[in-house]
Write a protein that binds this ligand. Sequence first.
Ligand SMILES: Nc1nc2c(ncn2[C@@H]2O[C@H](COP(=O)(O)OP(=O)(O)OP(=O)(O)O)[C@@H](O)[C@H]2O)c(=O)[nH]1
Length: 308
Amino acid sequence: MEYFNLANANILVVDDQVTNLQIINEVLKEHYNVFVARSGEAALAHCYKNPPDIILLDVNMPGLSGLDVCQTLKRDPLYQAIPIIFITALQGAQDENACWDSGAVDFVRKPINEATLLNRVKAHLTLKFQADALRRSALLDGLTNVYNRRYFEQQIEVEWQRCFQHNVPFAVVMLDVDHFKSYNDSYGHLMGDDCLKAIAQTLNECVPNERSFLARYGGEEFVMVLVGLSESKVQQLTELCMSSVRALGIPHGADGAKDTVTLSIGCCLSIQNGASSILSEMIANADKYLYQAKERGRDRAVVDALVQ
Ligand SMILES: Nc1nc2c(ncn2[C@@H]2O[C@H](COP(=O)(O)OP(=O)(O)OP(=O)(O)O)[C@@H](O)[C@H]2O)c(=O)[nH]1
């Protein structure tokens, strides 16, 4: 079981009254990272940019109400796992039912009881982090401990949609160990496993930001999804991946190899964001460029853009 630290949690508090924001912030700021928004519109903008771990939401606000915000987030697969607690002075059954119907996980009543607020937040954050940890462990590769193919297939869709909606650069990088069959033949399968583990760890350290990720694509092939990097940064990143693996200095004396283990890379980046239907084309192109890197002598990267 993976351990998590609740102190790393990001909490978004939404209320149009500054005094309420101050009271809640005072209670929570010792324990968590607290962000505030003064309207429903600002709350949604914050979530889209920087999804929090939990939201404390006022019901009645001018413009978008708390119920509107909750319904909007719960309809969206990208944000529906964020627990939402309403902070409300409303008491009637009808008002409460409207909050449940919109997708809330809980209530805290105004005026706020400090202990109730802290305990409710802690309970729901713990549940959220446990669910996240379970989801993650089902999505890790058993040998290398980086994300597995299933995670890649789910997450690349999510990131691609986000990049498409918010006009963010996106790249798919295929990374394949050179002459790995002969490595196994020369040094044995167990050494081959150790080699894959070391490479996976090194490549994982090259992942440039939280939205980007590395996964084992299969066998001795890895895939990295890069979010928010310019074309030149993507080029630099592919160089970094190759030099980091070379720097491991894992001996590889078999025919055709370069004394140490090396990688070949194929990378496809999107110049303009297009329809989600071309994601499969980006993956196919990255694979094609990887094949070209192999043909041109291995230990190199072929990077190209898919222009729509
Ligand atoms: N030790 C180990 N070997 C693996 C694992 N998964 C795949 N392989 C081996 O990786 C090798 C891949 O060989 P090929 O696809 O022929 O590729 P290659 O020898 O690296 O040649 P190029 O990619 O063209 O440079 C096969 O021998 C597989 O048995 C694994 O989990 N552990």
